[in-house]
Write a protein that binds this ligand. Structure first.
Ligand SMILES: Cc1cc2nc3c(=O)[nH]c(=O)nc-3n(C[C@H](O)[C@H](O)[C@H](O)COP(=O)(O)OP(=O)(O)OC[C@H]3O[C@@H](n4cnc5c(N)ncnc54)[C@H](O)[C@@H]3O)c2cc1C
Ligand code: FES
Length: 257
C-alpha cells in the first residue's frame, strides 16, 4: 500500500529522537519497515517502532532528511509505503535483546510481541549517555529485565553494551539473541552468541531506494536487505566481507561504515 498520511502525534523520546504516530491500516509485523517520504525532501526507510493500532516510527536526527522528519508536527503530512521486509521469529521462549542507540526502535515492538506470547525477555540497552537511552521505560513496562550501558558512564555500566553480554549469556539459558545497532556492535554480539552457542538474529540497515528488491541499492553479498532482510540470522552475515566494514553510499559505491 502507498498513501499520504497526516501525522497523528509526535513524542520526544531523547534529545535527538522522536516518534511519529499515524493511522496507516496495513497489517505490519515486528521487524518490518516502511518508506517515509517527506514532501519537498527525500524518502527514507524506517522501522516500524509501533506495529499495532496506530503505527509509529522512531527517528534519530542524523542527516538533513532525518532531521527534517524530527521537526514534523501533528497534522503535517508524510507519504508512506510498505510495510516491507521480513520479521523476527516470535517462536523463541527466552530472548536476549541487544540494542544500540536507535536500534531499540525495531527491537521494542518485537520484544513486546514475543513477551505477549509468553517469552521471557532480557534487554541489554546501550547509548552514548543516559538521556539517549531509547525505550528503557517501554522495555521495563513490558516486564523485561533491563541492563544498561552508557559510553560516558552516566547510568549503568560505563562502556559499550557488548561488555554486558558474557555475564548475561552465562547466567541465563537463552534460546535466541536479537540485536540492532551499529554494525561494529553487532559483530561483537554475534561473536558472543557464537561463544555461548545461542542463535543470533540481526536487523541491519543499508541505503534503500525502491524497497522492493529491484534497484540493488541495498545489496550486501547475495542479499537485498529490503526483501531478504532486514532481519538476518548471524551465520549469513558473518561470512560476508562487507558486514561490519563496508556499505553502499547513495551512488552505489562501497564506502567504510
Ligand atoms: C530497514 C531500515 C530501517 C531503519 N530504521 C530506522 C529507524 O527506525 N530509526 C532511524 O532513525 N533510522 C532508521 N534507519 C536509517 C534511516 O533510513 C537513515 O539512514 C537515517 O535516518 C539517516 O538518513 P539521513 O538522510 O538523514 O542522513 P544521511 O545524509 O544519509 O547521513 C548523515 C550522516 O549520518 C550517518 N548515518 C546515516 N545513517 C546512519 C545510521 N543508521 N547509523 C549511524 N550513522 C548514520 C551518515 O554516515 C552521515 O555521516 C533505517 C534504515 C533501514 C535501511
Ligand atoms: S532498495 Fe532497491 S533493491 Fe533494496
Amino acid at each position: 500500500m502507498r498513501t499520504v498520511c497526516p501525522v497523528r502525534s509526535t513524542e520526544t523520546e531523547t534529545p535527538s529522537t522522536i516518534t511519529l504516530r499515524f493511522d496507516y491500516p496495513p497489517v505490519a509485523r515486528p521487524g518490518q519497515f516502511v518508506m517515509i517520504w517527506i514532501p519537498g525532501d527525500d524518502e527514507l526507510p524506517m522501522s516500524l517502532s509501533y506495529t499495532e493500532g496506530s503505527k509509529g516510527v522512531t527517528v534519530k536526527a542524523m542527516g538533513d532528511t532525518s532531521r527534517h522528519v524530527t521537526q514534523l508536527r501533528t497534522g503535517d503530512v508524510v507519504g508512506i509505503r510498505g510495510p516491507y521486509g521480513n520479521t523476527f521469529d516470535l517462536g523463541a521462549r527466552n530472548i536476549l535483546v541487544v540494542a544500540g542507540g536507535s536500534g531499540a526502535a525495531v527491537l521494542a515492538p518485537a520484544a513486546e510481541a514475543a513477551h505477549a506470547l509468553g517469552a521471557r525477555v532480557t534487554v541489554a540497552l546501550g547509548a552514548t549517555t543516559s538521556s539517549e537511552l531509547l525505550f528503557r521505560e517501554r522495555f521495563l513496562a513490558m516486564g523485561a529485565d533491563v541492563h544498561v550501558a552508557t559510553d560516558d558512564g552516566s547510568v549503568g555500566h560505563r562502556g559499550f553494551v557488548t561488555a554486558l553480554l558474557d555475564r548475561l549469556l552465562t547466567s541465563n539459558a537463552f534460546d535466541a539473541v536479537w540485536t540492532c545497532g551499529p554494525e561494529v556492535m553487532m559483530v561483537k554480539v554475534i561473536a558472543a552468541g557464537e561463544r555461548h552457542k545461542i542463535p543470533t538474529f540481526c536487523a541491519i540497515e543499508r541505503h534503500m531506494k525502491c524497497g522492493l528488491g529491484l534497484c540493488d541499492a541495498c545489496s550486501i553479498g547475495p542479499y537485498h536487505v529490503c526483501v531478504d532482510g532486514p532481519v538476518f540470522p548471524a551465520h549469513r552475515l558473518i561470512v560476508l566481507p562487507e558486514f561490519g566494514h563496508l556499505k553502499r553510499d547513495p551512488s552505489g559505491r562501497l564506502v567504510s561504515h
